[in-house]
Structures are given as structure tokens and as C-alpha cells.
Design a protein around this ligand. Structure first.
Ligand SMILES: NC(=O)c1ccc[n+]([C@@H]2O[C@H](COP(=O)([O-])OP(=O)(O)OC[C@H]3O[C@@H](n4cnc5c(N)ncnc54)[C@H](OP(=O)(O)O)[C@@H]3O)[C@@H](O)[C@H]2O)c1
Length: 321
């Protein structure tokens, strides 16, 4: 048995693992298939039942879902009822007027494509990946409701929604009889926008859970960049984490945080995950990994003692410095 903890998503019946694995990076066509399998198997063996995808994960867009479809058939054929698989639509997927944003046309066509790529008859959670200011929210939420009613998805979710739109989306979905399961915003010690915007409380008030992505700030909140930028790290591979952003001031801050983690008997990655999970509103921390050992390290976060008020204050002091 693993030491995984499962938390209820809002007021739903669904328990999610406190750590979930995302397939945004390292599941594209150029990554080694054996590595992709090893990452999923390691996560599974550690009790991570939730795998998070999106239509556009790759590169190229769609290839992560294709790879995951292969892995499902190879390694998890008997496990579908034990897994929570999510996908999303919202960002650019194909050219033309129906290939992105929040229309019903795009969302349902994209979900059908995702199901085909993964070889699934349904996903557990289907997300609107981003708020579309130019489409009536009734239409976008209506598409999520339809996805659920038509059996393509079991639950509806929203990602990257501003707080007011989140509240409105929750109200519409509740009215349609498909309560919104969860909100997925970016959140870490270095990126605190949803906390400042009151998004966690708003989701909780609406009966929704919150799953936070990039809790390690794409690897910054680990010991990886403390003595330079290692070859093969995300900062050297793509534009999502820019090497130039890893400035001496940031590294000095990470060193201070690393020292606090050491006093807690944790790696910095473990403390960063325990920190986002300190909040009762957070259902799951959605991590990525390039090596199976990283997943094991991250799951070790769950063995941590609760933060003392002094530790939390010290962390705030270093973050503000
Ligand atoms: N909804 C959205 O708009 C959205 C946007 C972004 C992401 N997401 C979701 O969130 C998931 C996670 O995002 P993320 O990959 O940015 O999360 P993250 O957990 O903040 O960063 C993952 C990276 O951190 C490094 N890492 C992980 N564990 C480590 C450890 N124990 N020690 C040292 N380094 C470690 C690895 O970097 P290296 O590769 O350098 O080794 C890994 O690729 C995505 O896969 C996706 O499912 C959603």
C-alpha cells in the first residue's frame, strides 16, 4: 500500500490523490516512450490515480494524449475504473474559427478528438481550459454540461478562470444540474495570484475543489537550479521556463527556502508541495516530472509534519525579501 492521501473535491463524491501527475511536458513525440511509461507506472505505484492531460499537450499538440492512450492499453488495461483521467480544451488546437476558446462547437469537437486519441469512451473530468471573454459563459458551461450528459465526461471542470467568472460558471453549471467539480489554477510559493484573488474561497463556497498546477514553479522550487542550470532541465529545453529568469536574486531566495526545507527534514520540492497542500481548500497538487525518481521525491512531501506558524512566517519573510 502506498502512503497516498485522497482528498474530496469540494462537496462532490470524488476523492482525488493529494498529488496528481500532469502530462504537459515529457509526453510529446520526441520523448522516449519507455520514459513516458515509467513515469506513469511510478506515479501509479505511489497511489497517484489521477492523470491530467489537455488536447494541446505535446508537442505536437495531441501527441501526449496519443502516448497516454498507448500506455493505457499497455499498462493499465484493467485499471480504468481505478483511474481519474482529465483533459481540456480552450487553447489553440487547430486553425480556423473553431479550433480554440470556448464555443460549444470547439469544445465538443475537441473532446471527441481527445477521446479518439486516448482510445477512451469517456474522460473523468473535462475542463474549459481558459475563460473566453467573447463567448457567453452560458454557452461554454452548456457545452460542459452536454459533455457530461452525453456520457463523454463524468465531471465538469474549469481552469485559469478569473474569480468572478468562476463564480458565474459555478452558478450556471449548478442551474444546469451538472455542478462544477473543480477549478485548476496555477499556484506555488512563487506564483500566488489565485490566493490573492480569493479564488480558493470562491471555489469552496461554490462546493468546488481546487487542483493547483505547477506547484514547483516548473522546477524552480526544487534543488535543481541552486548551482547553475543543469543540462536537460526544463529551463534549457523550451520557452515556458526561461533560463534568463533564473537570476541571482531568485537563486538566493531558493537557497533560503531550501535551508528552511532542510530544517523540516524535506527537500525543497517536498516543502513546496506540502506548502500548497497546507490549505484545506486545495484538493490536489498537480506536478510534472522528467524522471520517475522526481515523482517519488514529491510524494515524500506527504510524510511532512504540519507547518508551524513560525515556519510559515519565516517562509513568508524569505518570499518577500
Ligand atoms: N491548466 C493549465 O493551464 C495548466 C498549465 C500548465 C500546467 N498544467 C498542468 O500541471 C502539470 C504540472 O505542471 P508543471 O510540469 O509545470 O509542474 P511542476 O511540478 O511545477 O514542474 C515540474 C518540473 O519540475 C521538476 N521536478 C519535479 N519534481 C522534482 C523533484 N522532486 N526534484 C527536482 N525537480 C523536480 C521537473 O523539471 P525538469 O523537467 O527540469 O527535470 C519537472 O518537469 C502539467 O503537466 C499539466 O497537467 C496545467
Amino acid at each position: 500500500m502506498s502512503d497516498m492521501i485522497y482528498r474530496r473535491s469540494g462537496r462532490s463524491g470524488l476523492l482525488l490523490p493529494a498529488l496528481s501527475l500532469g502530462l504537459w511536458h515529457n509526453f510529446g513525440a520526441e520523448s522516449d516512450h519507455g520514459l513516458k511509461r515509467a513515469l506513469c507506472r511510478k506515479a501509479w505505484d505511489l497511489g497517484i490515480t489521477h492523470f491530467d492531460l489537455a488536447n494541446n499537450y505535446g508537442p505536437p499538440a495531441g501527441s501526449a494524449e496519443e502516448a497516454f492512450g498507448h500506455i493505457l492499453r499497455e499498462d493499465f488495461a484493467a485499471q480504468r475504473d481505478h483511474m481519474i483521467i482529465s483533459t481540456k480544451a480552450g487553447y489553440h488546437m487547430w486553425d480556423g474559427p473553431y479550433g480554440e476558446w470556448g464555443s460549444r462547437k470547439y469544445l465538443i469537437a475537441s473532446l471527441d478528438q481527445s477521446l479518439k486519441r486516448m482510445g477512451l469512451s469517456y474522460v473523468d473530468i473535462f475542463y474549459s481550459h481558459r475563460f473566453d471573454p467573447n463567448t457567453p459563459l452560458e454557452e461554454t458551461m452548456g457545452a460542459l454540461d452536454f459533455a457530461v450528459r452525453s456520457g463523454r465526461a463524468l465531471y465538469a471542470g474549469i481552469s485559469n478562470y478569473p474569480t468572478e467568472a468562476l463564480q458565474e460558471a459555478a452558478r450556471i453549471l449548478k442551474g444546469l444540474g451538472t455542478p462544477c467539480l473543480i477549478h485548476q489554477p496555477r499556484y506555488s510559493m512563487l506564483q500566488r495570484e489565485p490566493e490573492i484573488a480569493g479564488a480558493f474561497e470562491a471555489a469552496d463556497d461554490a462546493g468546488m475543489g481546487t487542483i493547483v498546477f505547477s506547484p514547483l514553479a516548473q522546477g524552480l522550487l526544487t534543488n535543481k537550479y541552486l548551482s547553475g542550470v543543469p543540462a536537460g532541465s526544463r529551463a534549457t529545453i523550451n520557452h515556458f521556463l526561461k533560463e534568463a529568469s533564473i537570476e541571482p536574486k531568485l537563486v538566493a531566495k531558493l537557497e533560503k527556502l531550501n535551508a528552511i526545507a532542510a530544517t523540516r527534514g524535506q527537500t525543497l520540492a517536498q516543502m513546496a508541495i506540502a506548502w500548497v497542500l497546507r490549505d484545506k481548500w486545495i484538493t490536489s497538487a498537480l506536478i510534472g516530472a522528467s524522471k520517475p525518481e522526481q515523482i517519488a521525491d514529491c510524494v515524500g512531501a506527504l510524510k511532512a509534519p504540519a507547518f508551524s506558524q513560525d515556519e510559515l512566517a519565516l517562509i513568508e519573510k524569505e518570499l518577500a525579501a
